[in-house]
Design a binder for this molecule. Structure first.
Ligand code: HEC
Ligand code: HEC
Ligand code: HEC
Length: 174
């Protein structure tokens, strides 16, 4: 009798622990998803001197949305491929901006955090790799240009052609 009571209590206890653990996981997820997009204009304020802004501005990514026809811009199926996301204020960021590849920047944009790789990662900075490209450069993409780009996608070649130049680093001291 007593041991049955005990196991019931234990069972209830474990169930509570499980719920608590699951909701803690949910909370962590929400916090992560809580990073907001700030837009390439804001990133560019600091990433101008290093040449990245200018280099990105001349890429197909920067102009991808503007290059669509007005009909295509009304097609919701294209949005995930041709836009970046919306800011906290609800402004749609068009084209493939910095944060598509580097993650939403509301938390890592501070200079003190940005300078510190570990801190930046902890605040949402993503290190892009081939997988990040294949989200859009895949055969299921809704436009011919994108779907075609997925054929024999070569990360190194595409990176050299379409992302941005490497930051111009300060000349090494002699
Ligand atoms: C207040 C200035 C500032 C702003 C705003 C800023 N950055 Fe930075 N960022 C820096 C500095 C400083 C560094 C470190 C030096 C470097 O690599 O240029 C850096 C480094 C980086 C790096 C390399 C970091 C690493 O550890 O690998 C990436 C990627 C980056 N920034 C992307 C962005 C993006 C995307 C945005 C906009 C969401 C942004 N930055 C906004 C100043 C800034
Ligand atoms: C959010 C979707 C998205 C992601 C992620 C993405 N791209 Fe793109 N990319 C596009 C769009 C849209 C275009 C323009 C396609 C068009 O012309 O309609 C494009 C065009 C390009 C082009 C120009 C193609 C050409 O023929 O000149 C290159 C190169 C490229 N991307 C490389 C990359 C690389 C490398 C990555 C990953 C580091 C990447 N892209 C990630 C959406 C994306
Ligand atoms: C299509 C994806 C993509 C977009 C859009 C993009 N980047 Fe990058 N970025 C990369 C990749 C990939 C690397 C790593 C390059 C390498 O070292 O191989 C990188 C590296 C960087 C670095 C590290 C320094 C360097 O030169 O390697 C900085 C800083 C940076 N990006 C800033 C930006 C900013 C600011 C924007 C917008 C103006 C932007 N990026 C847009 C993919 C992207």
């Amino acid at each position: 009798m007593q041991s049955r009571l005990f196991s019931t209590i234990l069972g209830v206890f474990l169930a509570i622990m499980l719920v608590a653990a699951v909701s803690a996981g949910e909370a962590a997820k929400t916090a992560k998803a809580g990073y907001a997009y700030i837009g390439a204009k804001k990133c560019s304020m600091c990433h101008k001197k290093d040449g990245i802004k200018e280099s990105w501005m001349t890429s197909k990514h920067a102009t991808a949305w503007d290059d669509l026809t007005p009909e295509q811009q009304k097609d919701d199926a294209l949005k995930p491929y041709y836009t970046t996301g919306t800011t906290a204020k609800g402004e749609l960021l068009t084209g493939v901006q910095c944060e598509v590849c580097h993650g939403p920047g509301s938390a890592y944009k501070k200079k003190t955090i940005m300078k510190d790789h570990k801190e930046a990662i902890a605040n949402g900075l993503l290190v892009p790799d081939e997988k990040a490209c294949l989200k859009c450069h895949n055969e299921k993409a809704p436009t011919k240009a994108l779907a075609a780009s997925a054929k024999d996608f070569s990360y190194e070649k595409m990176k050299a052609k379409g992302v941005h130049k490497k930051a111009v680093k300060a000349a090494p001291k002699k």
